[in-house]
Design a protein around this ligand. Sequence first.
Ligand code: NAD
Ligand SMILES: CN(C=O)/C=C1/C[C@H](O)OC1=O
Length: 423
Amino acid sequence: MNKAADLIEERAEELAVEETRSMGRVYKETRYDDVYAASGAFRYYAGLIHELQGTSSIENGDLMSVTVREPLGVCAVLAPWNYSMGTTAAGIAPALAAGNPVVIKPSSLTPVTTAMMVKAMAEAGFPAGSVNLVLGSGSEVGTALAENRDVAKITFTGGTETGRDIIKHSATSVKRFSMELGGKSPFIIFDDADLDVAVDRLMFGIFLSQGQVCIAGSRLLVQDTAYERVMDLLKERIPKIRIGDPLDPETEFGPMVSKRHMERVLDYIRIGQEEGARVLIGGHRITEGEFGRGYFIEPTVLVDCTQDMRVVQEEIFGPVLTVQTFKDEAEAVRLANGTRYGLAGGVFTADMGRALRVCSGVDTGIMYANTYMDETQGISVSPHRQSGTTVDGGLAGLREYTVLKQINLKLTPERTGWFNCID
Ligand SMILES: NC(=O)c1ccc[n+]([C@@H]2O[C@H](COP(=O)([O-])OP(=O)(O)OC[C@H]3O[C@@H](n4cnc5c(N)ncnc54)[C@H](O)[C@@H]3O)[C@@H](O)[C@H]2O)c1
Ligand SMILES: CN(C=O)/C=C1/C[C@H](O)OC1=O
């Protein structure tokens, strides 16, 4: 595992360039985030293997019961395009650490970096047959893995509808799942927050990777008494975002992953306006000069949004922030919980008691208080609602790639005294 991490890091530059070429995520992210998310996962789980311990108990000095953790079996890992190296490693590293062979199916949009990672793993000495790569469409190869009776567990990271389709096709056998699905994360700002920091993290939360992040803070819920100040800060700062060639180390904001996805996001902006939202800033494809060759969308803020709008309820997965206002804490939590998702959320306030109450009241697997997309390594996560299943990461996540066995040993065998059957 550590050797694989070493080789991945040695190849960071070519991996980063290829990932950026494949899906347009800016180089300054792929070079220093996605690559090390992958190698870090291998190092983390290599160090955790010894924690896979069982329990033991003895009764009357005569009956001993122990539990041990054993590998599950073949683990299929279906990965998305948006953080392909990091999410792939998040699935295969714990599976392999727990002793399971893996079958990896990357997104059709990002197969190359996954193949480069698998090559590094083969060179690192993973046994033949332990790491397997299959390429192809989700509907064909992904479905085949879901239906395959020899697959003991499916680790899927992707859209909620896709996750439901996989569960449906998995009915041919009893499987275990790790499902990391879609999100529509609320970003709550109270009027007592440090608005300079809050807007800084808000822009990071929605415009990182052009909003193509599962936990993107895509629904701004701002207290009405802070609304104008927050809008002014967004109007001042968004035009300063460095948009350009994603391979340029200075670029902060690149294109969408594909023409099809660009058109989907632009369609949502149109739908939002038809529903009554107003474009505060952005809203268009960028076509001037070289931009016309790419799939660039302006960082966009939609205001005057209401809870029933599709742009508020549905995951857009692009640089589109919807804005709603609230009067008090109760309304903020109610609006935050007003979608089918439960992946992540953020709250900014100077009142730590209120921060804790809001973090407890919002039904998501991740909550950030006075920060956003900022967590310690190895912390576990458990998506809520329609954003996923089970627990991932940390020792709890590693255990999800094992099956528990209970062994009971009688030290001095004796008859039970039941059904004596003595003639
Ligand atoms: N919760 C998380 O940690 C997390 C992380 C990253 C991305 N995501 C989500 O992933 C989505 C974006 O990624 P995407 O567009 O690659 O997702 P997707 O659901 O289109 O595809 C994900 C993977 O599943 C495969 N697939 C597609 N249809 C399939 C089917 N019917 N049966 C089996 N496999 C199938 C794809 O080929 C790909 O490998 C967003 O919804 C985002 O929120 C979630
Ligand atoms: C990769 N991804 C979403 O696209 C998942 C996570 C979890 C982590 O907390 O940060 C992310 O981006």
